[in-house]
Write a protein that binds this ligand. Structure first.
Ligand code: FAD
Ligand code: NAD
Length: 465
């Protein structure tokens, strides 16, 4: 084994949690190492998650818009055809640019990168095993586990790395599926289902629950389902998938108490689970929570002294920005003695058309908790900018405490919902009331005026409706 190098902080995993935390630790004067098994830094998010999926969502949206709606703007384009290879190449170029950018940031911040699989070895040691089997041991005063998550498998679904795939395969199919069956009506199913629907596939979503987007405000999820149906997506709710197998060139999906479905491709998207395989947690006495997460306290400390965990591998929503917040708070806690994440204020965004964004509590959460609230809603159809854009579906719903008027939550379905939610998250972080948002001057004509109108509507005084 090669010589032992010592660091203040070692991250295992170079995704949004690992790379962001590594940079913050370096900014705070720590010597930092990051162990990542994949040649490209950036984790699931940059390599096979957030970024490539958004690149394809953007490209497929442009394709559909050019085909269907540009003529309404008086822009005539004839013979619109798809060059899928070029679309996939653009996606790869973006991934290469961004993952390379992280490597550059590591250099700039003097972070030492180790390429290989990391495992704990007790006594502050991490062993890095390279692809050729060579092992290097390093030591850290603080070791932060940021190994992310992997796809949850489903019994009977025979993943083949091709036509019966996960999100990773569905980001790279070189031909448009004739008929794509999506198992799971969650975020991945709807985003990647949308991509292939726009590019010409027939898309059938099989969802176990009696609704899509579990956990998202129900009124918004129902509105979304109606709009996706109008776009051509077929939904079967309350369905239990029992298997998916190749049958020659086809795939057969079996469903309890229903006829099997013959299709060309399957996307399995029934959730992700924490990735702890091969970390040798037993060498430091860490026992996983029942659902596979690494247990941590408010300071991201595991039960093993000097070992912490952040991101998808611990509790909370599996989101890139949450992973980043975890890592920064963990490092600041270690170095400066304070660091905190308000999990109530982590926005969630689904990048479909229209987008869906939420922050804080939903109406269902408030009812369940017995909190009295007032609600203000405003539709994009009554907003000048939305009409000019030609994107008028959806609404903003703002929820405020019935007594104090403090904003408790917001759900948006509509154009650029993911950008609009940031205003509400910031307002909530400052403890704003709906009156505060309503009295803030919003530029005209902007989509953000819909947020202001929803805030006015909490008090029954929306202007343009
Ligand atoms: P990861 O990004 O999973 O990074 C963990 C890293 O650790 C990986 O690079 C892995 O190779 C490495 N690793 C694991 N074990 C070891 C080991 N033992 N040794 C060395 N290295 C190891 N979230 C959003 O917020 N917005 C989105 O739009 C979004 N879109 C998504 C789309 C898809 C298709 C998917 C699958 C996910 C998406 N997510 C999105 C979720 C997001 O990708 C994750 O929440 C985020 O990547 C979690 O960051 P992380 O650093 O905790 O883990
Ligand atoms: P998800 O939890 O969003 O959705 C999974 C869906 O599958 C649920 O609706 C669930 O009821 C359903 N399901 C579970 N078992 C089933 C079965 N046997 N048959 C049919 N349906 C079943 O999970 P996902 O879509 O796989 O995404 C995984 C994670 O990645 C999520 O936690 C999400 O936060 C993250 N992600 C985020 C974004 C984003 O922020 N835009 C995009 C993609 C992924």
């Amino acid at each position: 084994m090669a010589e032992l190098q010592a660091f203040d902080v070692i991250f295992i995993g170079g995704g949004p949690a690992g790379y962001t935390g590594a940079i913050r630790a370096a900014q705070l004067g720590q010597t930092v190492a990051c162990v990542e098994v994949e040649p490209r830094l950036g984790g699931t998010c940059l390599r096979v998650g957030c970024i490539p999926s958004k690149a394809l969502l953007e490209s497929s949206d442009k394709f559909l818009e050019t085909k269907n709606t540009l003529k309404k703007h008086g822009v005539l384009v004839e013979n619109v055809t798809l060059d899928l290879a070029a679309m996939l190449k653009r996606k790869e170029t973006i991934v290469t640019q961004l993952t390379g950018g992280i490597a550059g940031l590591f250099k700039k911040n003097k972070i030492t990168r180790f390429l290989g699989h990391g495992r704990l070895d007790g006594g502050g040691r991490v062993v890095v095993k390279a692809a050729d089997g060579a092992e290097t041991a390093i030591t850290g005063k603080h070791i932060i586990l940021a190994t992310g998550s992997v796809v949850t498998p489903l019994n009977g679904v025979a993943l083949d790395g091709d036509r019966i795939g996960t999100s990773t395969e569905a980001l790279s199919w070189s031909q448009v599926p004739e008929h794509l069956v999506v198992i799971g009506g969650g975020v991945i199913g709807l985003e990647l289902g949308s991509v292939w629907l726009r590019l010409g596939a027939k898309v059938t979503v099989l969802e176990y629950a009696d609704r899509i987007l579990a956990g998202t405000d129900l009124e918004v999820a129902n509105a979304a389902q109606k709009l996706f149906k109008r776009q051509g997506m077929d939904f079967r709710l309350g369905v239990r998938v029992t298997g998916a197998q190749r049958d020659g060139a086809d795939v057969v999906v079996t469903v309890a108490e229903n006829e099997p479905i013959r299709c060309s491709h399957v996307l399995l998207a029934v959730g992700r689970k924490p990735n702890t395989a091969g970390l040798a947690l037993e060498t430091v006495g860490i026992t996983l929570e029942p659902r596979g997460q690494i247990p941590v306290d408010d300071h991201f400390r595991t039960t093993a002294p000097g070992i912490y965990a952040v991101g998808d591998v611990i509790h909370g929503p599996m989101l890139a920005h949450k992973a980043e917040e975890d890592a920064v708070a963990c490092v600041e806690q270690i170095v400066q003695g304070c660091g905190h994440v308000d999990y109530n204020l982590v926005p969630g965004v689904v990048y479909t058309e229209p987008e869906i964004a939420t922050v804080g509590q939903s109406e269902e959460d408030l009812k369940k908790a017995g909190i009295a609230y007032r609600k203000g809603s405003f539709p994009f159809a009554a907003n000048g900018r939305a009409i000019a854009l030609g994107h008028t579906d959806g609404f903003v719903k703002l929820l405020a405490d019935a007594t104090t008027d403090r904003v408790l939550g917001c759900a948006i379905i509509g154009p650029r919902a993911g950008d609009l939610i940031a205003e509400v998250a910031a307002a909530m972080a400052f403890g704003a009331s709906s009156e505060d948002i309503a009295r803030t001057c919003h530029a005209h004509p902007t989509l953000a005026e819909v947020v202001k109108e929803a805030a006015l509507a909490v008090d029954g005084r929306a202007v343009n409706l």
